[in-house]
Ligand binder design. Structure first.
Ligand code: GRG
Length: 292
């Protein structure tokens, strides 16, 4: 990805958030929050914020908003790795947070990161000149996408479906919720703070939903095709947990074809709505061709 400057800006904004957290929460919780926020990652959601913002005419620096979205994502990874969830030892090439700081701290850190992210999103939207109404919409959008009707709901469905074969439509709902919602919200809030019209918002959301689903299909594929070293997290985890995945239901080639067709349709929809953005289209392609 040729997004080095934007990635650096996101990392710097995350470091500022980590610093704030360490001032607000002394000791292990503050330190562990910094561990979660500064722990690498591809920053796909943050980059989607940047490129949606620019595609809708934004000319400021949306790194604060991108960092807020990445903070929500980082919390979800901390909780996803807990022993009561996926019970994983490795994330982003390092020991998972609960392995370093223990389960109680990891639980508190994950929870603390949600209001931290909400406040950061509000502040960033105001600083970009979005106005209080739009800033409130941004926070509402992120909380909705990461809540029971989005990420948390998808995760719950995922847990309930462990150990049995899910149908394809059930799996699509799981993936759209646990991964697609936050990816779609990343694109949408980027557009919102740039003053996107209702039609542009609808197009961005549709693009984000399709790319988000494709991203999770690619995740399923990588779980069986990539190594633990390349992924920075344990490969083959879906099989260990007896999870239904796109490759288990459609085969590897079927899963690849579904992901590619979603990305084609996402990009065509964006162009159809008059949003021409080579970086957004490149990120959509990266979502399914990434090595990790
Ligand atoms: C308590 C029911 C309940 C839910 C809590 C844990 C949780 C909320 C939600 C889990 C959602 C989740 C972790 C989805 C997986 C998304 C995914 C594909 C993660 C990997 O994303 P990448 O590849 O990771 O973008 P990097 O490390 O690059 O940022």
């Amino acid at each position: 990805m040729a997004d080095a400057d934007d990635r650096a800006a996101i990392d710097a904004a995350l470091a500022r958030l980590a610093n704030d957290a360490q001032h607000a929460m002394a000791g292990a919780v503050g330190e562990a929050t910094a561990y979660a926020l500064a722990g690498g990652g591809k920053r796909v959601r943050g980059l989607l914020v940047f490129h949606a913002y620019r595609a809708c005419g934004g000319a400021g620096d949306p790194s604060g908003l991108a960092a807020a979205v990445e903070a929500i994502h980082a919390y979800s990874l901390v909780h996803d790795d807990l022993p009561c969830m996926d019970d994983d030892d490795m994330r982003r090439g390092r020991p998972t947070l609960h392995r370093v700081y223990g389960v109680p701290v990891a639980t508190v850190v994950g929870l603390a990161m949600i209001p931290l992210a909400a406040r950061a999103a509000w502040r960033a939207a105001i600083e970009l000149g979005a106005g209080r109404e739009t800033a409130a919409e941004v926070v509402r959008c992120l909380m909705h996408a990461s809540g029971a009707e989005g990420m948390v709901g998808g995760q719950l469905m995922d847990l309930e479906a462990e150990g049995r074969e899910a149908s394809l439509s059930e799996l699509e709902a799981i993936h759209a919720g646990k991964t697609g919602s936050l990816i779609a919200a990343s694109v949408l809030v980027g557009g919102m703070v740039a003053g996107a019209t209702a039609a542009q918002r609808a197009a961005l959301e549709a693009f984000g939903n399709q790319v988000g689903l494709a991203f999770q299909i690619a995740d399923d594929i990588l779980d069986v095709t990539a190594t633990t070293e390349a992924l920075g997290k344990t490969a083959g985890r879906d099989l260990d947990l007896a999870k239904s995945t796109y490759p288990s239901l459609l085969g590897l080639e079927g899963a690849r074809a579904r992901a590619a067709s979603l990305v084609d349709s996402a990009c065509a929809g964006l162009r159809g709505a008059g949003i021409r953005s080579a970086p957004l289209e490149a990120l959509a392609a990266f979502a399914i061709h990434r090595p990790s």
